[in-house]
Design a protein around this ligand. Structure first.
Ligand code: 6GU
Length: 261
């Protein structure tokens, strides 16, 4: 996959040289190109922002440098990238969206400051390429750079060959295609007792079925505690009697066939 990133702070992306993604880049699985937006600002001060029409605080990114950047990086006749614009006003970034992005040959990320880019830039880009405005959640970052780091890592780890063990993707909380989205439960490693705290006995039992059941119970309890709204989305038909008992004990009774109708 090829990824282009346009920002006034390309140095923000140094972490993409480290760890899993750094290795994926060195192995040729991920081809990241960083671009300084100011390359496309031609006045003496290489200005990229200006005051907002209609008044208000802060500055807005001027359309001309962005227009030239997109013309250069998504030329007519070339392989058209999907343009991803991080903004708190965007649609939610989810594991499902990361999976769809991982199937794209090219992504182009446009980092604006949070007051945003002149809206005509996205409007015009939509006439020549698919465009998504995407948000990480209900909070405000100072700019899109950190959001792009997050998205590139979420997408990059899904690319074929990037993770050692293919199972580690399928088991993720929120992995699409899982029958539900439950949070993952606790994990343990050696030593078996640490600061007088033993690991749960079941994990040493060798009973794989019982261990799987225990892990599911823990996942249900943790989801009930930390993300109760996810439980409301569960398909009741996907819950067995034991699931229902665990959820009822956690304060989330699920309507069963006996109670339906
Ligand atoms: Cl994608 N960008 C910015 N600037 N702030 C955010 C965000 C994105 N997602 C949540 N807050």
């Amino acid at each position: 996959m090829r990824i282009d990133i346009v920002s006034i702070f390309p140095e923000y992306f140094a972490p993409l040289e480290v760890s899993l993604l750094g290795k994926a880049r060195r192995n040729g699985l991920l081809d990241v190109h960083l671009h300084d937006l100011r390359e496309w600002a031609h006045d003496r001060h290489r200005t990229v922002d200006d005051t907002p029409y209609g008044g208000g605080p802060g500055m807005v990114m001027k359309p001309e440098p962005w227009g030239e950047a997109l013309d250069t990086l998504a030329p007519a006749g070339g392989e058209v990238p999907r343009l991803v614009v991080p903004t708190p006003s965007g649609r939610p970034f989810t594991q499902a969206l990361a999976t769809r992005y991982a199937a794209e040959p090219r992504l182009l990320f446009a980092c604006g400051r949070y007051e945003g880019i002149d809206s005509r830039v996205v409007e015009e880009a939509r006439t020549r390429m698919p465009v998504d405005e995407v948000s990480l959640g209900d909070f405000v970052l100072a700019g899109g750079e950190v959001a792009v780091l997050v998205m590139v890592e979420a997408v990059g780890r899904l690319l074929p060959g990037v993770l050692g063990n293919a199972d580690s993707v399928a088991d993720d909380s929120f992995a699409p295609g899982a029958m539900e989205s439950l949070l993952e439960g606790p994990v343990y490693t050696k030593p078996p007792v640490w600061r007088e705290r033993p690991i749960p006995d079941i994990l040493l039992s060798g009973h794989h079925g019982a261990i799987a059941r225990w892990r599911r119970d823990e996942a249900l309890r943790r989801t009930a505690r930390n993300r109760p709204e996810l439980l409301a989305r569960l398909d009741p038909d996907a819950l067995d009697a034991h699931d229902r008992k665990v959820l009822a004990e956690a304060g989330f009774p699920v309507r069963g066939e006996d109670m339906a109708h």
